[in-house]
Design a protein around this ligand. Structure first.
Ligand SMILES: Cc1cc2nc3c(=O)[nH]c(=O)nc-3n(C[C@H](O)[C@H](O)[C@H](O)COP(=O)(O)OP(=O)(O)OC[C@H]3O[C@@H](n4cnc5c(N)ncnc54)[C@H](O)[C@@H]3O)c2cc1C
Ligand SMILES: Cc1cc2nc3c(=O)[nH]c(=O)nc-3n(C[C@H](O)[C@H](O)[C@H](O)COP(=O)(O)O)c2cc1C
Length: 567
């Protein structure tokens, strides 16, 4: 600081300075002080006290598109605030570029049973498997998730923790978002602006998980259950109708969420093996109920996560290799010592994850007090013994009048366009479900747009799901085109992507005319093959190179005209 006398002299001398003279003088004084602060190098309008950051990197890891949509929206807002944003998909991100980053923000969802989205897996593994030095990075993570799942926002948490371990500086606390994430995400971005513009470090504590958003639960009764496959088929796909007393709020494209119950005989066997009192009240992390109710209705006992098996090993003292198996098998091979030890095991079990089923009815056509789903009974072998998936087994064994609790999972990315627009629907197997809903809805609302369905399965005779309905739609004109691919009916296997390819020119004309394309069903390999075919059609029919075709499809996706619901 200057003394009052010196400050007075300095003010007198500098009062008549032009802007350039002031800049020169400040540089001169800095030189006298022996610093390298070459103030004269500053751009003309910049003031010396501003430290605003002008560029950030915002990357997203997504499965169903929520993180991408959000990150794109957030990037737009940031740009309006004068911050340059390098927006990127983690599937394309070159991890080596981390060394060049300064401000790095990640929006990422959690999938499966606490896993990263498939396309972000490479990045996730790279940061976890390499001892990187990320001390150049200031970062923040926005985690998308759903608190109904046992591992809420796990991937976001993992990325956040790992960046810190690798030396990056967390400048904004981890934000965990539930299904209603929009408001939280925008607050997170505002917080980034504050922190980044002032270059202030935030606290390093994660924000606590928000309580579950209290999704509406419906109590329903199964009013019809029909196996859509012929008796000669080796598949079972059930059309299930559920009725409720109160109106169900949903739109075509949404999914129905169910938390399956474990089988009573399995629970009985577990109780017998462990000696636990079935009536004993136990408080777990999320539920307080009797041992029997916890095992039957609330906890995952059918296919334990590796982390749960590891915890079981720790509790019981057994040496168990890294594996996944059912609680019953675990107890048979590695028994607990007594009921008290099993009570500790119960507390370590994760809650049962919900399963989603695309709604196959339409509120306009079927009313709001019933809802339909289309469930394929999942089958797999364990030691050559046929087993069924928990929820598909649970649902397909329902009898009429059986009580079922469910909720609606809104599909933000999978919505019908305006009624005048055309739609192309590609849905083999149970992928047909949302398109049955779309067709009934478009028919009931008198939508003028054309509807084109691509459906496929194994055999025409035994696996043509909802055959008579679709043929009726075709007759009435509700369905403009129907293309079928039955893979086992011909010597050479034919799938929906082959039918799409055969209709390339017409498909491209529909796209150019503003049609939306929807894909539903198996993620692997169907949705990948269909996407490759669509890209090929755009290249050949649209005379685009590879890059341009990708951009074309990307634009369709961003504008909501290309949507996938694959699993
Ligand atoms: C948005 C969305 C929409 C969907 N829509 C539909 C739909 O319309 N229709 C439909 O049928 N499905 C749909 N699904 C899939 C559905 O949610 C379930 O994933 C499917 O029914 C399988 O669940 P499950 O409980 O029957 O099988 P799970 O019990 O979860 O088993 C899944 C797999 O895990 C393995 N496994 C399980 N237990 C064991 C064990 N003890 N040992 C070894 N391996 C084991 C097996 O490989 C098995 O196939 C959708 C999924 C999503 C995300
Ligand atoms: C099959 C499936 C599994 C999921 N598993 C989890 C999970 O384990 N933990 C969690 O917090 N959210 C889970 N979710 C919820 C998603 O993270 C959430 O829907 C998110 O908004 C999806 O974002 P995205 O579209 O960017 O992938 C799961 C969703 C689905 C469909």
């Amino acid at each position: 600081m200057l003394s009052e006398t010196k400050l007075k002299v300095l003010k007198e001398i500098s009062s008549g300075f032009s802007r350039d003279e002031a800049i020169w003088a400040s540089g001169y004084l800095a030189g006298l002080a022996g610093t390298s602060a070459a103030v004269a190098d500053l751009p003309p309008q910049q003031t010396t006290h501003t430290t605003a950051v002008k560029k950030i990197t915002l990357v997203y890891g997504t499965e169903t598109g929520n993180s991408k949509k959000l990150a794109t929206e957030l990037a737009g807002v940031a740009k309006k605030k004068g911050i340059q944003v390098k927006l990127g998909d983690l599937s394309q991100y070159k991890p080596k570029d981390l060394a060049k980053e300064e401000y790095f923000f990640v929006v990422i969802s959690t999938q499966g049973e606490g896993e990263p989205p498939i396309l972000a897996k490479k990045f996730y593994e790279y940061i976890h498997e390499n001892e990187l030095n990320l001390s150049n990075i200031k970062f923040g993570v926005l985690a998308l998730g759903d608190s109904t799942y046992p591992q809420f926002c796990k991937t976001g948490e993992d990325v956040d923790t790992r960046f810190e371990v690798l030396g990056a500086e967390r400048i904004i606390p981890l934000k965990r978002c539930d299904i209603d994430y929009e408001e939280d995400a925008h607050k997170w971005l505002d917080h980034i602006f504050e922190v980044v513009q002032n270059k202030e470090a935030g606290t390093s504590q994660a924000t606590p998980a928000k309580a579950s958003s209290g999704r509406k639960k419906y109590q329903g009764k199964v009013s019809a259950i029909i196996n859509l496959n012929d008796i000669t088929s080796d598949k079972e796909t059930y059309h299930i109708e559920i009725e409720t007393e109160e109106p169900i709020v949903y739109r075509p494209g949404d999914a129905l969420g169910v938390i399956p119950y474990n089988s009573k005989p399995v629970v009985k066997e577990i109780i017998g093996l462990t000696g636990i009192d079935p009536k004993k009240q136990i408080q777990t992390a999320r539920v307080n109920a009797s041992a029997e109710e916890l095992l039957h209705q609330h906890l995952n006992i059918s296919y334990l996560l590796k982390t749960t098996v590891a915890q079981y090993a720790q509790i019981t003292g057994h040496d168990i290799p890294e594996t996944r198996l059912s609680l019953l098998d675990l107890l048979r091979i590695y028994p607990v010592k007594n009921a008290e030890e099993f009570e500790v095991v119960i507390k370590a079990l994760t809650v049962q994850a919900p399963r989603l089923y695309s709604v196959s009815s339409s509120p306009e056509a079927h009313g709001d007090s019933e809802i339909h789903i289309t469930v394929a009974k999942s089958e797999f072998l364990i030691n050559d013994k046929k087993q069924n998936g928990l929820c598909s087994g649970f649902l397909s064994e329902f009898e009429e009048d059986g009580a079922v609790e469910f909720y609606i999972q809104e599909a933000k990315h999978f919505k019908l366009p305006e009624t005048a627009k055309d739609v192309i629907m590609i849905g083999p197997g149970t992928g047909i479900a949302p398109f049955r809903s779309f067709l009934w809805e478009r028919d009931a609302t008198g939508a003028e747009g054309r509807n084109w369905l691509f459906f496929g399965d194994r055999s025409f005779v035994s696996d043509f799901l909802y055959q008579s309905e679709f043929q009726d739609f075709l007759k009435t004109g509700a369905l403009t085109n129907l293309d079928l691919a039955f893979s086992r009916d011909t010597s050479e296997k034919v799938y929906v992507q082959h039918r799409l390819q055969q209709k390339s020119s017409e498909v491209f004309q529909w796209l150019e005319g503003g049609a939306s394309v929807y894909v539903c069903g198996a993620k692997e390999p169907m949705s990948k093959d269909v996407e490759e075919t669509l890209l090929g059609i755009i290249r050949h029919e649209g005379k685009r190179n590879e890059e341009e075709a990708k951009n074309y499809l990307e634009e369709l996706e961003l504008s909501g005209r290309y949507a996938k619901d694959v699993y």
